[in-house]
Design a protein. Sequence first.
Length: 379
Amino acid sequence: MNVLEILLSRRWILKSKDRELYYQVKDEVSKVKKFINEKLGYQLIVNPYLIKLEKTPAVSENWMGISEFQHKIEYVFLCMILMFLEDKEAEEQFVLSELTEYIQSQYKEESIDWTLYQYRRHLIKVIKFCETCGMIVVNDGNEESFAKNDTNEVLYENTGVSRYFMKNFTQDIMGCESPKDFEREEWLDMNEDRGIVRRHRVYRSLLMSPALYKTEENEEDFLYIRNYRNTIGGDFSDLFDCELQIHKTSAFLVLGPESRLGRSFPEGNTLSDIVLLCNGIFREEIQKQKISVAVDESVLLSKQQFQEMIERCKSEYGKGFAKTYRDMSNMEFYHTVKDYMKEMEFIEERMDSICIRSIMGKVIGNYPKDFVIGAKEDE
């Protein structure tokens, strides 16, 4: 059991849900406490209810939201539920109407009308997320009955762990209006010298992000990685199956097959395979000097060029795709692949162009030669 992998890949470990794992991690966590404190600067919470590693990123990224949520109001409802539960004792029961009335009275940005299906649907999604996380349990009833009728009741119980969901800030955050403001407060909050802050920022970036790219803003961080590459690489490889790879303008923590650090690429699905094949096409075009590489090792294409290359992937390799992707129109296929690439931070979509990041050159794929030949002959 790799205790640090478990802490990094889970929101928390609840004693009530996984008692055996809770005690296993509690017994082993002392072995990684020094790395957590000195290298990452993370707070580790261990109490009779749960074990949680506060995984604050060095830089906020698009993929770091709650994947189940697609609308801003769902995040608002989550905050409202956390506020509501703050005044409840552990094991205290409440009914759904208490919560809906509380949200209506507290939310001032817009008028919440529970007779409208869209609001009930958003709330149900958030409540189910809270159930999955273990913050509340259903004692009687079902949320789907509320979806059908806003007068239907459900009986819940507060588990008491919701107070540990949000990070505790020692600074006043009322003035924070963007992720950058919170990042700035994070480093101010540490009250440490610049060397320690830089170390924490570098280790977090390598661990939490697909890649660390050299920019004007992080030149000192990149220099730190170059100067201490052996120490940093050794620290990570001692704990995980991984390798630190450093290039001219980028650095990557490449995970091995035995690593279990949560979500990683490639994933075990057809969409990952498609992106690997697309990456192979991009690399082929670069090697043929049909597209050029910028000084920062990125590639800038017009949206039309990028779309044509994605559609070329479908044309050449589509016979090997799952039926879902084979049956997609070219436009639907393009948007699906492009959105996934954005999510994985392989590309950056700009006003009239697509910037392909150098990470795409790290992972490519090809079907066997006989498949490609056979596919072309069948067309």
